[in-house]
Ligand binder design. Sequence first.
Ligand SMILES: *Cc1c(COP(=O)(O)O)cnc(C)c1O
Length: 405
Amino acid sequence: MENLHPEAFHPADHIQDLQYFGEFGGVNPSISDSSTYTFLSAKTMFDTFEGNAEGCYLYSRHSSPMNLYLGQALAAMEGTTGANVTASGMGAITSVLLQLCASGDQIVSSRTIYGGTYAFMKNVLPKWQIQTHFVDITKLDVVEAAITPQTKILYCETVSNPLLEVADIQGLALLAKKYNLKLVVDNTFSPLQVAPAQWGADVVIHSLTKFINGSSDTVGGVICSSQEFINDLRNVNDGACMLLGPTMDSLRSASILKNLRTLHIRMKQHSHNALYLATRFEEDGLKVVYPGLQSHPSHALFTRQMNSEYGYGGMMTLDVGTLDRANALMELMQHNNLGYLAVSLGFYKTLFSAPGTSTSSEIPLDEQHEMGLTDGLIRFSIGLDNDIERTYQKMSDCMRQLGIL
Ligand SMILES: *Cc1c(COP(=O)(O)O)cnc(C)c1O
């Protein structure tokens, strides 16, 4: 295959180069606290409705100054010409799917995806006669075989939830081009580390709720793509973001933008800590899945696709054999203040959950087993612990107490 390796891509520098001032010279941009905007002339209001008045605001469900700032920063991070922030990750995903598909269309999707996305494709989209074929996304021949003349979208997560499978974005983008499909990639698990649009993805989505905001105090989402597609999403006549209404509040986009400014530091620490724990636990003979380990089936692929300065990310899984042991270990680790038994990810503190009975419980049991999602699997989002060696010692103590080590 032709090597399309992009120029070295430094997303954190692109974010750093953006400079915004507040109305009174503040070091942070002013928050626009308005749902609607005045016009000096009626003609300009008409032009704005028609989408022809650059720089004019109309109504905050369409756009607002702070949401545009945050969108601009996230577009810079992904290297796309446009972005639109949304009230949640699901708000971004559902808007994109409904914008791109009409009745009778089909989607080819990875089968290991976020439970909410899976449930939407499986249970809601068929109400509009939109069918999804779920495939093993790591096998390009299987993906290609599932494409039909009705297929409009190839859908995957860069690093999948919860099994940490890595998608070959370049390979999928070539397939998307060949069959004239849109490649939509959920990049929530790997911000900064992989820039899917640089490898040919048409639309890149994030749940901002996770690493990007990083403080587990809000939900949020973003769609990064060409400015043309962003304009389509905001179109007052048929734009999914405009008409379904998944609008982020300005106060929230202001706080997320401030947190985004430290994302590169946090990602490096998440990656450092996760690699340390994954390496030690693997040496101890435990069943660990982490893309930074040589033993990971997609280690080479991740290495080729990554912006190496940010590491292999903060997500790791450990299979301790049975659900009872997984539950006992999580409760004991929480009791010892090593993290929280909670869903979600990207927090300063380590979070852990058993995906089979929580975030992936939307997926029927037989399908969970088929995709390798076992009962004893614990998903870890490794935190920003200052001394990860100390954390390792304490976690090992918990495992010894339960006979896991
Ligand atoms: C959390 C998550 C979502 C959904 O995002 P919300 O902000 O909770 O709506 C989508 N995809 C992935 C990979 C996620 O982890």
